[in-house]
Design a binder for this molecule. Structure first.
Ligand code: FES
Length: 175
């Protein structure tokens, strides 16, 4: 007597092994399950790729439109004409310089030289912003390059006066 005959159940299922009776999925059904699993896998993979693309697009939108906060830089009259105040804007690690150029005029720029990022300072004697690293000079009126290796003007901090407060509201150009 062979093993299969000992595992069969009942007289009607003499040729079907017992394990087939107890196994819940038939061979044709098994193929169906595999196709269904493949379709499920492909669908989930496609959804994952779609979600990834949406995330990349949304992130690029937010990168193109930086949101600047408002930072109170100083009170009007706090520094004398020709005086300087350093502050951080738009992020804590970004140093900027504000100069009071006349009784009612204040200008502010990033303190990072556009050549190789040395810190610039205001020369009251020459009424210009200077970079000590390679003698790059910038106009204090608009940040444009006057002399030296820098090719781009200093990024300007736009100031708004509200009452006696001078408030930084954005950078031009955007950084
Ligand atoms: S880093 Fe300012 S001129 Fe070179």
């Amino acid at each position: 007597m062979d093993d299969n005959s000992s595992l069969t159940s009942g007289a009607a299922n003499q040729s079907v092994p017992l394990w087939r009776d107890e196994f819940s999925v038939s061979q044709s059904g098994e193929r169906y399950v595999n196709r269904r699993q493949l379709a499920k896998f492909l669908t989930l993979t496609s959804l994952g790729m779609f979600a990834g693309n949406v995330w990349v697009v949304v992130r690029s939108w937010f990168r193109k439109t930086p949101v600047y906060g408002r930072t109170v830089v100083a009170r009007a009259g706090e520094i004398p004409v020709g005086g300087v105040k350093l502050f951080r804007y738009p992020r804590p690690g970004e140093q900027c310089i504000m100069v009071r150029t006349s009784e009612e005029t204040y200008v502010a720029y990033s303190q990072k030289c556009t050549h190789l990022s040395c810190a610039v300072f205001y020369s009251r004697q020459d009424n210009r912003i200077e970079c000590p690293c390679h003698q790059g000079y910038f106009s204090v009126q608009d940040g444009s390059v006057l002399q030296g290796p820098p090719t781009r003007p200093l990024p300007r901090v736009v100031l708004r006066r509200e009452g006696d407060e001078l408030i930084a509201i954005r950078m031009e150009p955007e950084i």
